[in-house]
Design a protein around this ligand. Structure first.
Ligand SMILES: [Zn+2]
Length: 395
């Protein structure tokens, strides 16, 4: 990118520590001012990304997020403060970024990224930084960035591991689908809410994403294009792996099948996890199933309260210490297969976890093992706390 925008004397003073770096200089700083960066997700990764981009003087920052700030976000989403709880993240983020640097324009995209708007939205920016944390969205972002011909700075977190790279398939480096052509089956990988995440690791990964974006926009060499940085926060090691472009990649390969955003490709994965899991081909025939695969918390409370069903909580022990539904039985998900004798076959069993993902997998597993009166509780104990017991501790 060669576009530049002149700096005022105030801006020159503000960015002087950048400008005296020979690799950036006045020219690099003017390039940053002329740049437009779209940050996907104003959460754990998007927070440090947006904060550093604003401080660095990136001229226009787009924030795409449809969520509101919740108390359990504040452990890692440092763009937002306690008084922002209940506010849309884009609004909270815009206020904070404007306070850090009033010379930066912040654009709120409160609808987030959808299949219908993704390519057009990405094309309005020079670069996209992905801070989202679920697979359907990650694939949509990957495809849209390729179709809009925009580089994508990728970051992800899982427990104590972080990963960062830059995908720019039009410049000859791989895309995300070169590495992982299709999403994993829904529910097979827990999201952050279920797996837990070290807040400070979001800061490390997001800051590196911001650094990659700034280097690239200012014309500083040495980007992570074609290399995956893997951060192990437990062993405290950083490694880089060389990434290979897949000539048969469904997105950027020579005979690519993906030529446009087809909403159906992401709709299935975006649907609540239970719809995609279903009863499964190896389960009993539908006619044998006389209870629904999934029920909502109101129905679960009614059934459990009347004694018509029992709740089986499959969360981990430490999660039960935070909150639990009175009268529920407890078997952590991993121990369910060897504790089948503790689960009654003749009673209606309602499986509960934090958000409904793990419990959907256990429900599917039990049905495949001959339990035909098992239902998943949609939304998990979090929905229970919001709708049934407002005093219950959420996390
Ligand atoms: Zn590819």
């Amino acid at each position: 990118m060669t576009r530049r925008a002149g700096l005022s004397s105030e801006e020159t003073a503000r960015y002087s520590r950048h400008i005296i770096l020979p690799e950036i200089g006045l020219e690099g700083q003017e390039r940053l001012k002329a740049s437009r960066v779209l940050v996907l997700g104003a959460g754990g990764l998007g927070s440090p990304v947006a904060l550093y981009l604003a401080a660095a003087g990136v001229g226009t920052i787009g924030l795409a997020d449809f969520d509101k700030v919740e108390a359990h976000n504040l452990q890692r989403q440092i763009l937002h403060g306690t008084s922002d709880v209940g506010t849309p993240k884009t609004a909270s983020g815009r206020r904070r970024l404007s306070e850090i640097n009033p010379h930066v324009g912040v654009v709120e995209h409160v609808d987030g990224v959808r299949p219908e708007n993704a390519v057009e939205l990405f094309a309005a920016y020079d670069l996209v930084v992905d801070g989202t944390d679920n697979f359907p969205t990650r694939y949509l972002n990957t495809d849209a960035a390729f179709l809009a011909r925009r580089p994508l700075v990728y970051g992800s977190i899982f427990k104590f591991e972080g990963q960062v790279t830059v995908f720019d398939p039009h410049a000859g480096t791989p895309c995300y689908r070169c590495l992982f052509p299709e999403p994993p089956p829904p529910g097979s990988v827990p999201n952050c809410g279920e797996a837990g995440v070290l807040g400070a690791l979001c800061g490390v990964v997001g800051s590196i994403q911001a650094m990659e974006a700034i280097k690239r926009l200012a014309g500083v060499p040495g980007g992570l294009d074609g290399r995956l940085l893997v951060i192990d926060a437990l062993g405290m090691q950083f490694r880089t792996l060389k990434l290979r472009k897949d000539p048969d990649c469904p997105l950027c390969g020579a005979r690519a099948a993906i030529r446009a955003i087809d909403p159906a490709r992401y709709a299935e994965g975006c649907a609540p996890i239970n719809h995609a899991v279903g009863v499964g081909a190896t389960g009993p025939a539908p006619a044998e199933v006389n209870v629904p695969f999934e029920i909502d918390v109101a129905e679960a409370a009614r059934l459990a309260g009347s004694g018509a069903a029992r709740i089986l909580d499959v969360r981990e022990p430490f999660e039960l210490q935070i909150c639990r539904v009175a009268g529920s039985a407890h078997i952590p998900m991993a121990q369910v297969p060897r504790n089948l004798d503790q689960i009654p076959r003749d009673a209606h069993v309602l499986v509960l976890c934090h958000h409904g993902g793990r419990s959907a997998r256990v429900t599917q597993f039990l049905r495949q093992n001959g339990y035909d009166k098992v239902s998943n509780i949609a939304g998990g104990v979090d929905a229970w706390a919001r709708q049934i017991e407002p005093g219950m501790q959420r996390y």
